[in-house]
Ligand binder design. Sequence first.
Ligand code: FDA
Length: 303
Amino acid sequence: MMRAILLWFSRQKWLKNFFMKFFISRAVVKRFVCGEELEDAIQAVKNLNEKGLIATIDHLGEEVTNWDEAQKAAGFYHDILEAIYKSKVNSNASLKLTQMGLKVDFQKCHDSVEGIVQKAKGFGNFVRIDMEGSDVTQKTLELFYNLRQKYDNVGIVVQTYLYRTEKDVEGILNLKGRIRLCKGAYKEPSSIAFPKKKDVDDNFEKLTKMLLKSGVYHGIATHDEKLVDFTKKYAQEESIPKGTFEFQMLYGIRSDLQESLTKEGYNVRVYVPYGTEWYPYFMRRLAERPANLFFLLRNFFKR
Ligand code: FDA
């Protein structure tokens, strides 16, 4: 129930200003978002790299409604790739297609993302396309499939809460596409998504096996220790070397687990978001763990 309410909040633009102005202080947001500027992200990645962690940088923003905003967002990604190259940090980039104008003009969005992937290719880098709500799943996959025919440095995300995902994984693996496997962070109806956590987790295990067996380098994105242990055990049993996949986690969440996995010799990539448009991202993090609301309330009184 609480999750549903918070996810509903995350989509309400009219509430965004209220929350941003009166309720959520920057100190609170900083738990999940490294800062507002690209330099903050580069510094955060440097700190992670020093601990043996690798990263993916995300410029916060989604659901743009006009092409100017989409172009501006693409510009941020060109800057991110240049900054990663110049600073020599170990990071790639993650982007959301609705920030790149997917809902404004599919073809323009495709071409714009192609420009970003091309630029990354020139730098020997990689771009991950995040997966958003089910209203754009099909279009996101179509755009990814188009780009994957031409570029090997682009990857995609799939969500284990969707019934369709097993089929999608088969299609992506046919193209040897690199996948980030996650549970899924949006509010979806039971007609298309498993309503029970156990089924989402079981599907996560099933799809983890498919990915690890595929011979392609994938990302297992979860903070769920049971699933992390499952992945480690399965890889061991099947003699799948540690270096052939990576764990992925979000900035500010289970840093202890991130570091301990690195010490055990696993690759761990941290998703590092930055920017001013943190509201929907932040609300999704609250929805994942309603206990975070207490953290929010505690800090509210410290403003
Ligand atoms: P689960 O929610 O069961 O949490 C397991 C444990 O992790 C909790 O008990 C708690 O300890 C900790 N934890 C999890 N979330 C927390 C939070 N917000 N605050 C504090 N502790 C928390 N989703 C999507 O739909 N599209 C995408 O593109 C991505 N991309 C993505 C990248 C990366 C690197 C990660 C790790 C996750 C995503 N996600 C995502 C989000 C994902 O779908 C999912 O919502 C979250 O990872 C939470 O699910 P867990 O697998 O961590 O398990």
